[in-house]
Design a protein around this ligand. Structure first.
Ligand code: ANZ
Ligand code: ZN
Length: 849
């Protein structure tokens, strides 16, 4: 018989599928649609195991749905703008477009080796002008809707290279990746998208996503960060302005003993007295260079100083000091807080450090005010020391106090979100140019649709110095204003690459449209994505931005769905065996380690051995290409699917890879033996017991595998079922029966979504001319599942003495009769008196003697 040779059959079928375009999304509207989507890759040049896992998972879903009779959209593309291409240009002088194109070709070829059923006719690359024309057009949709605006915002500035740096280009010590200079913060006018306008809907609609992991929804909820409370105003002594604060605890307003401004708050210089001025200015210098993380770290002492200014608490009429402090963020709420040290942990720490008074206004129900407060009391309780509000429960008191404030003109109820507007400006070359022209008389003017795309100029020198290359190319920069015709300048910022990926799933529905971003009918036909698969690292930003885009485009009348991704699967990580020297902290490449006695080859130290996410720096990666070369794609797929449920981490284990290769070899031999003997004798008589047993095994496999796929995609148990079926066929005593043929064909069909190449080859070996991947998925026959015989256990005084086959539907009486007649009973009961007979239907009969 022929040998299973993946290196021969896999390329053959891959070629065949490409040529016959078998994976093109069908437009046959009589079929239900299924949109299966993997998060598209950044074209780094090489596929890693995380990609492989992601795409194989989606591919099984897509193939299975096709066999079930769906028309399936399963596309692929490239998230192709971004920093690495520009870094390559700076470091190696290769143009970002060339670098990217080369990587795409290489990775596409690698992807094709996996046997993925992708519709390549819809391939998109976000860096192609055909694509970013529409990215720009969509930006202008936002602009026209008032959802894109400019504002001053801080960037990382490299003072040596005179250029803006992305966060990734600033190291842990705040130094530039290239020049090593200490990075500064600099204010620049930049573009923002008003995602905050959709905060409430983005939060509420999480409820419409039962097919998303709870963990991801919770992360989004926290990111949006809704807080309910009040806006209150504190008059300032001696000047007209008031300090507005946002508080979630209006019930504590009588306990305010000071107010704090963020150092960069515009009122800071106004309230600062002349004697405090030098100290305040020095302090501002210091904190504005710190990152938000540094400023709000919980374990860090809260630093602040008085401004000398004073405010009035409108509720009490008391004079309170105004301070500035690093823990108050300018970007959140109003950039000012009312300090209530008795009831807020941060305020308590701050007041204690700065000798500010602490005044209790909430006590636990039924308790008195305590003399010394060791810590802030942050729970609910009874309001005290608060004039007319004394005695109220603090939770109910909130609204009462807000109502009072509103009546007096001191404030009102307010909802606050953590979510901030999305800063989309990047001072880089390799991104979609923001299609705006700045005119001295007209201001920011959109580039007219007919002039889109604003293409990236090609003849550019990449030095990494002197700002974005776009700011240096006069010929590109200088244009006339589309509105008045005067000399004007192009916007030189490009868009955050997260914009490109916020709508690519819409483009796939109509990827070759040159008239529109997408046709409405097509987008409404395919959307929403039925199943999205990707890494948990995108749980927040990418998914939130995509949801935001979908809602805005819906509100512009361009599509009609509220949520882009119906179901989401976040696949687990692929982990590799990792060797680390615990003394030096160094990772050791596995090739240098003897697995039976793991020692550091340099120092001789005993190594610690564990599984960790594969990464270059840990030398624990497995190259997908090596596995494909050695075993082929089908084995790699089977291993990945079998080793762990898709959402769990997966430990790479070469012995298990080998195991799957052996399994596929067994399937190959079994099927080929059948094909070569090719004698099926149709007796046309009642099925024998062996045939019935085999039929049951076949239909049990169909049922279980279908359920494993339909539920939570439990591929691992589905593969176990396939192995069981293979064993049942192997051991079957009826190899010339039509039932055996049924079983062999079922095995091949059920295996098809998992191992597409070997099954295609075997299917053709049966003599078929069409593709296995266009066959109908099998349905379990309920009749075949019924068990008609069971093994009844015979016990004497609880001890098992034998088993006998009996009809599965036998009654209690019949069971007892069969049992009494059995050899075992006859032998052990001889001459004994039976005191009691216990019958457990379906299981056993126990004689008590
Ligand atoms: C007085 C108060 C008393 C507060 C109390 C809390 C407890 P979340 O839930 O995160 O929205 N705050 C407001 N703006 C701030 C800013 N820009 N920087 C730092 N802190 C700020 O938190 C809202 C609370 O955080 C607000 O309620 C305010 O402190 C503080 F017993 O006001 B609270
Ligand atoms: Zn103009």
């Amino acid at each position: 018989a022929s040998r299973y040779n993946p290196s021969e059959i896999e390329p053959k079928w891959q070629q065949n599928w490409l040529e016959t375009e078998i994976d093109r999304a069908s437009e046959d509207k009589s079929k239900p649609k299924f949109y299966a989507l993997s998060m598209f890759p950044y074209p780094s040049g090489n596929l890693h195991m995380g990609h492989v896992r992601n795409y194989v998972i989606t591919d099984v879903m897509a193939r299975w749905r096709r066999m079930q009779g769906y028309r399936v959209l399963h596309p692929m593309g490239w998230d192709a703008f971004g920093l690495p291409a520009e870094n390559a240009a700076i470091d190696r002088g290769i143009h970002p477009a060339q670098w990217t194109e080369k990587n795409i070709q290489q990775m596409k070829q690698q992807l094709q080796q996996l046997g993925l059923s992708l519709d390549w006719s819809r391939e998109v690359a976000t860096c192609s002008p055909d694509y970013y024309k529409w990215t720009q057009w969509i930006f202008l949709q936002f602009f026209q809707a008032g959802l894109a605006y400019q504002k001053e915002s801080a960037v990382n500035w490299d003072p040596i290279d005179q250029t803006v740096l992305a966060n990734e280009q600033v190291d842990g010590e705040g130094k530039s990746w290239r020049s090593g200079a200490k990075v500064e913060r600099k204010l620049l006018k930049q573009w923002f998208l008003k995602i905050t306008e959709y905060a409430e809907e983005l939060l509420n609609d999480l409820e419409k996503l039962p097919g998303w992991p709870d963990r991801v929804k919770l992360m989004q909820e926290n990111w949006i960060g809704k807080s309910v409370g009040a806006y209150l105003e504190f008059p300032i002594i001696g000047i007209e302005n008031k300090i507005g604060v946002f508080t979630t605890r209006p019930d504590t307003v009588y306990g305010v003993t000071y107010v704090v401004l963020a150092p960069e708050h515009p009122l800071t210089p106004k309230v600062t007295t002349s004697d405090q001025k030098p100290a305040v200015e020095a302090f501002i210098q210091e904190v504005t260079n710190e990152s938000e993380q540094e400023r709000t770290a919980e374990d860090k002492p809260k630093r602040g100083i008085p401004t000398g200014g004073k405010a009035i608490n409108p509720f009490t009429g008391e004079e309170i000091p105004i301070l500035i402090a690093d823990y108050v963020l300018y970007e959140y709420g109003t950039g000012a807080v009312m300090g209530v040290p008795a009831h807020d942990a941060r305020d308590f720490q701050f007041a204690t450090q700065n000798q500010l008074p602490i005044k209790q206004v909430i006590v636990p129900e039924g308790e008195a005010v305590s003399d010394t407060l060791e810590n802030a009391y942050t729970e609910a309780g009874t309001i005290v020391n608060s004039g007319q509000f004394d005695g109220l429960n603090s939770v109910e008191g909130k609204q009462v106090i807000i109502d009072h404030a509103e009546k007096q003109g001191w404030g009102k109820a307010r909802i606050q979100y953590r979510l901030r507007d999305w800063l989309i400006s990047r001072q880089r070359y390799w991104g979609a140019p923001i299609p705006i022209i700045h005119c001295p008389s007209c201001g920011a003017v959109p580039v007219p649709d007919k002039d889109l795309p604003v293409e990236l100029p090609e003849d550019i020198e990449f030095t990494g110095r002197g700002g974005s290359p776009l700011t240096q190319l006069e010929s590109w920069l200088n244009v006339s204003c589309p509105s008045c015709g005067e000399a004007a300048k192009r916007e030189t910022d490009t868009m955050d690459t997260f914009i490109d990926s916020s709508w690519y799933f819409l483009r796939y529905t109509d990827a070759n449209n040159i008239e529109e971003a997408f046709n409405q009918e097509k987008v409404n036909d395919w959307m929403p994505v039925d199943q999205y698969v990707g890494g948990i690292e995108h749980a927040i930003l990418h998914l939130l931005y995509s949801r935001f885009f979908t809602k805005v485009l819906r509100d512009r009348g361009l599509l009609n769905c509220d949520e882009p991704f119906q179901r989401l699967l976040t696949q687990g990580m692929v982990q590799g065996m990792t060797y680390k020297n615990p003394k030096t902290g160094k990772y050791i490449p596995s090739q240098e380690v003897n697995p039976d006695d793991p020692k550091d080859p340099n120092t001789g130290d005993e190594l610690s051995v564990f599984f960790e996410k594969m990464s270059k720096s840990k030398y624990n990666g497995v190259d997908p290409l090596e596995v494909l070369d050695k075993y082929g794609a089908d084995t790699a797929r089977m291993f990945i699917l079998f080793k762990a449920p898709p959402e769990k981490d997966l430990e790479w284990d070469s012995a298990d890879v080998e195991g799957q290769f052996r399994f596929l070899n067994k399937v190959w031999r079994l099927v080929m033996e059948f094909v070569e003997q090719n004698e099926v004798i149709d007796q046309n008589a009642d099925l024998s017991k062996a045939e019935k047993d085999l039929r049951r095994a076949i239909h049990t496999a169909i049922k279980s595998i279908s359920e494993d796929l339909a539920g939570d995609y439990q591929f691992n148990t589905a593969v176990s079922e396939l192995m069981k079926l293979n064993n049942a066929l192997n051991e079957a005593k009826c190899k010339t029966s039509p039932v055996y043929q049924e079983g062999i064909e079922a095995l091949v069909k059920l295996l098809a979504p998992f191992a597409p190449h070997i099954t295609e080859e075997l299917w053709h070996a049966f003599g078929h001319k069409d593709s296995i991947h266009q066959q109908k998925w099998l349905e379990a026959d309920p009749d075949a599942l019924t068990v008609d015989e069971i093994n009844l256990v015979i016990q004497i005084k609880g001890k098992t003495r034998g088993t006998i086959p009996v009809p599965a539907n036998a009654s209690r009486e019949e069971l007892e009769k069969y049992a009494r007649e059995s050899d075992a009973a006859q032998r052990y009961l001889e001459g004994k008196e039976i005191k009691k007979v216990i019958v457990v239907p379906g299981k056993l009969v126990n004689f008590v003697v």
